[in-house]
Design a protein around this ligand. Structure first.
Ligand code: NDP
Length: 445
């Protein structure tokens, strides 16, 4: 690693030794960026890397709400406004008990590069809470969202910071968050994306991350003379990203044979019935184990990591961070998997990535492959500004073009820096250069 990148990483490790997800993301990024600093010594002089890894602003706040039994509950809320170099802060909100500073910072750092890759004018941010929406009533969810927004509203705005959904924050939560924001701030502008179609949302936003993942993967496969047609695919998770990755992969001729949730996975050799998954996970909000009760030919296994033992051609991890480790990667390799593309953020451990790449498995990194969601959020912002709605086909077409451009930029950057076919290095470099150039233009701020 270049000495400058190495010294910044060493500092981060010393100062944030307990933030393991953040350090993992920073290590992956800085290893790739090493090549950039060899070529651009002026960045070191301007302290670009030290500034890049330090959030512009980090907000932590108390969220107090009352549950259905009348008991007072307290959670922690977070918003990291990481970089506004390229435009208003933009990034989702995650509600999950595991949320902490490390997870929010890793997601925020990734988001800067992802948003840059979209080619759209958006900076990087992320936020959320350690609140667990599972098992809560609609009223509890609403009270929590209102309490969360009662603090967050001070820090966001259509030209300042525009949050969206992520794990645990879907259409219902966005509705409650936006409804309360609008009421207390007296502002109807596009301050949250992923909004319902009736009140400012964009067609195809719901589908965008999953569809975008498949468009990126289609390009990656095409570069190697391959396609989705006739391929067997594993999709981990059964949330927003996973469902629409399944839908688009199937439309392109693949068969998705397994999906999962946080308790286990289902394997259906006939192909997972997506309508049934939508019914169980979206409409009924039940466990994926329900699937086998209604499809007796399928098998349910407890535990998430076993999904990677199923033979496949293409694996799309779409659940959460570090869900695909070295052992999982080894199974994929042994079973002849040709491509892994990340729908979730950082689902593959550093060791697993290295193993996959050393066995020539094509690897599509999250910041490029799952950028379709935030790209379409930016299209939602554009439509809101113009007071118009585009058709589903128009949005989908723009999404497809954006994903093709992202793939091309990653491929070109990888080649320019001597690592042809390494889309991880390509994504980090292509995303970073624009941010670094903006920082250089702004002077020391
Ligand atoms: P959802 O909340 O809709 O779905 C998450 C899915 O992952 C659920 O099936 C959930 O299972 C499963 N899951 C959660 N935690 C774990 C765990 N520890 N082990 C195994 N499975 C788990 O979230 P999204 O689909 O929106 O997000 C999934 C990933 O995609 C996240 O990494 C997110 O950051 C990323 N992403 C999302 C975007 C979006 O537009 N939504 C954009 C870009 C990235 P269960 O039902 O049991 O909770």
């Amino acid at each position: 690693m270049n000495a400058y990148a190495e010294s910044v990483l060493a500092q981060l490790k010393k100062r944030h030794s307990t933030q393991k997800e953040f350090l993992q993301a920073a290590t992956e990024i800085l290893e790739s960026l090493s090549l950039v600093f060899d070529k651009h010594p002026e960045y070191e002089k301007a302290g670009i890397l030290e500034r890049f890894v330090e959030p512009e602003r980090m907000i932590t706040f108390r969220v107090t709400w009352i549950d259905d039994s009348g008991k007072v509950q307290v959670n922690t809320g977070y918003r990291v406004q990481y970089s506004s170099c390229l435009g208003p802060y933009k990034g989702g909100l995650r509600f999950h008990p595991s949320v902490n500073t490390s997870i929010i910072k890793f997601l925020g750092l990734e988001q800067i590069l992802k948003n840059s890759l979209t080619g759209l004018p958006i900076g990087g941010a992320k936020g959320g809470s350690n609140f667990d929406p599972k098992g809560k009533s609609d009223n509890e969810i609403m009270r929590f969202c209102q309490a969360f927004m009662a603090e967050l509203y001070r820090h966001i705005g259509a030209d300042l910071d525009v949050p969206a959904g992520d794990i645990g924050v879907g259409a219902r939560e966005i509705g409650y968050l936006y409804g309360f924001y609008k009421k207390i701030k007296n502002d109807t502008s596009c301050t949250l994306t992923g909004r319902g179609l009736a009140y400012g949302g964009s067609l195809a936003r719901k589908e965008a991350t999953g569809y975008g993942l498949v468009y990126f993967t289609r390009e990656m496969l095409a570069a190697a003379g391959q396609s989705f047609e006739g391929k067997t695919v594993l999709v981990s998770g059964s949330g927003n990203v996973a469902i629409y990755a399944h839908e688009k992969a199937t439309q392109l001729g693949a068969k998705v044979v397994a999906m999962s949730d946080s308790l286990g996975y289902v394997y259906d050799p006939d192909g997972i019935d997506l309508d049934l998954i939508k019914q169980i996970k979206e409409a009924e909000r039940k466990r994926i184990s329900e699937y086998v009760k209604r499809r007796p030919g399928a098998v349910y296994k407890a535990g998430c990591s076993g999904i990677w033992t199923i033979p496949c051609d293409i694996a799309l991890p779409c659940a959460t961070q570090n869900e695909l480790d070295e052992e999982g990667a080894q199974h994929l390799i042994s079973n002849g998997c040709i491509a892994v593309a990340e729908g979730a953020n950082m689902p593959t451990t550093l060791e697993a990535i290295e193993l996959l790449q050393s066995h020539d498995v094509m690897f599509g990194p999250a910041k490029a492959a799952n950028a379709g969601g935030v790209a379409t959020s930016a299209l939602e912002m554009a439509q809101s500004s113009q007071r118009i709605y585009w058709t589903f086909e128009e949005v989908d077409q723009r999404l497809d073009t954006i994903m093709c451009n992202i793939f091309r930029n990653c491929a070109e950057a990888a080649k320019e820096y001597g690592h042809e076919g390494n889309y991880l290095i390509g994504a980090n470099i292509a995303g970073f250069i624009k941010v670094a150039e903006s920082m250089m233009a702004f002077g020391i701020v």
